[in-house]
Design a protein. Structure first.
Length: 349
C-alpha cells in the first residue's frame, strides 16, 4: 500500500516522472469510481508490522513511564519523551512507518508536557487557581516548542495539530489566569479557537487543492482537531446533553448538522460530520421519543443516521458539484478539485 507521500518521494527521487504519477492517480481513481481527492487519503498503516511495532513501542513507553514515575513523576515523563524521540529516529526517519510515527509523536509531546507539569507540582493542579493556570500555560508553551522541533526533524503530519492543540492550551490557561471568571464563557472561547484552527487547516488545504502532498495530510489532522472544538460547545450550549432535549432543540441540532454537512461538502472534509455524529443521534432519539417510538428510539435513530451518511457517501461527488457550484469562481479554484461527475468503475480483469 503506497501513500501520496510515497508517490511524491518517488517523483522527487526521479523514480517516477510527474506525468507517470499523475497517470497512476487517475488509474486508481477510475478503479475506485471516485477522484483521489475525494478519498481523503492519509497513511495510517502499511502492513501488520506497523501494528506490531506500535504495540511494542507502547509497552516500552508505558514501562519506562512506570519505572521513572516510581522515582519522580517528572522522570517518568522525561523517559517517555526521550525514548519517543529516539524511536522516531529509526521508525520515523529511516523506516517511515506511519502508525508508530503517530504514536511516538503523541507520546513525545505528552511526555514533554507531563515532565513540565511534574517539575513544578507535587499534587493536584487547579485551573481555577491563577498561579496554577500560569504554570499550565508555561508547560503548554514548552510543549509547543517541542512539537515545533519534532516537526522540523521528522515532518510527521499530525505534529502540527499536536502543536496547535498545545497552543490552544496556552491561550485557555492564560485567559483563566488573567480572568478566572471567564470560565462561564468557555464554550464561546472553544468555538472561537476551533474556528481559528479550522481557518488554519483551510490555509494548508488551499495550498494543495489536488491533495498530492504532505500539506493535505497536515490539513486532515487539523480539521480533525478543529471539528470537536467547534461542534461540542455548540451542542452543549443548545442544551442537548442535559437529558431533556425538546423537539425544538432536536430540530435545531439537525438543522445545524445539515449546515455542517454543506460545509463538509464544500471543503471535501468529513471530520465535521463525524465529530457531531453523537449529538445528532441524541437529537434524533429525542425526536422519536417525542413521537412515541420509545422502545425503538435508539435503534431507529442509529438506523436513520447510518442510512443517511451512507447515502451521502455514495453521492458525495454529485453533492459536492451542487454545493461548490454555488460558490464564487475565485473560491472554487482554491477548494479541493472536483472530479468528473460520473466516474465509471473499470471492469475487473
Amino acid at each position: 500500500m503506497y501513500s501520496e507521500a510515497d508517490l511524491e518521494s518517488a517523483v522527487a527521487a526521479g523514480i517516477l516522472s510527474p506525468g507517470a504519477a499523475a497517470s497512476l492517480r487517475s488509474h486508481v481513481s477510475g478503479l475506485r469510481a471516485t477522484p483521489m481527492v475525494d478519498e481523503e487519503n492519509f497513511r495510517l498503516i502499511s502492513g501488520f508490522n506497523d501494528i506490531f511495532v506500535a504495540i511494542a513501542g507502547i509497552l516500552l513507553l508505558v514501562g519506562a513511564a512506570w519505572i521513572g514515575g516510581e522515582i519522580h513523576p517528572a522522570l517518568g515523563g522525561l523517559a517517555v519523551a526521550l525514548l519517543s524521540w529516539g524511536l522516531a529516529e529509526y521508525f520515523t526517519k529511516q523506516r517511515r512507518m506511519a502508525l508508530p510515527s503517530i504514536i511516538f509523536l503523541l507520546a513525545f509531546v505528552g511526555g514533554v508536557f507531563a515532565t513540565s507539569i511534574s517539575l513544578g507540582s507535587d499534587g493536584w493542579i487547579s485551573t481555577s487557581d491563577r498561579i496554577d493556570a500560569l504554570f499550565i500555560a508555561a508547560s503548554a508553551a514548552i510543549t509547543v516548542v517541542a512539537a515545533y522541533a519534532h516537526w522540523h526533524r521528522f515532518y510527521v503530519p499530525i505534529t502540527i495539530a499536536a502543536g496547535i492543540a498545545a497552543l490552544a492550551g496556552v491561550v485557555i490557561a492564560l485567559l483563566l489566569a488573567v480572568a478566572p471568571g471567564i470560565e462561564i464563557a468557555m464554550n464561546l472561547i472553544l468555538i472561537l479557537i476551533g474556528l481559528g484552527v479550522f481557518l488554519f487547516a483551510m490555509r494548508w488545504d488551499m495550498q494543495d487543492p489536488a491533495r498530492t502532498t504532505r500539506k493535505s495530510d497536515v490539513a486532515f489532522w487539523l480539521h480533525l482537531l478543529a471539528a470537536p472544538m467547534i461542534a461540542h460547545p455548540i451542542f452543549v450550549t443548545l442544551g442537548l446533553l442535559n437529558g431533556d432535549a425538546t423537539v425544538a432543540t432536536a430540530l435545531s441540532v439537525i438543522a445545524l448538522y445539515v449546515a455542517m454537512g454543506i460545509i463538509a461538502l464544500a471543503i471535501d472534509r468529513r471530520a465535521l460530520l463525524v465529530s457531531a455524529l453523537a449529538y445528532v443521534v441524541v437529537a434524533i432519539i429525542a425526536l422519536f421519543r417525542e413521537f412515541g417510538a420509545v422502545s425503538l428510539n435508539v435503534a431507529l435513530a442509529i438506523f436513520v443516521i447510518g442510512s443517511a451518511l451512507l447515502l451521502l457517501s455514495a453521492f458525495w461527488q454529485d453533492a459536492r458539484w451542487m454545493v461548490v457550484g454555488l460558490l464564487p469562481e475565485n473560491l472554487r479554484q482554491r477548494l479541493p478539485h472536483l472530479g468528473t461527475r460520473a466516474l465509471s468503475p473499470q471492469p475487473a480483469s
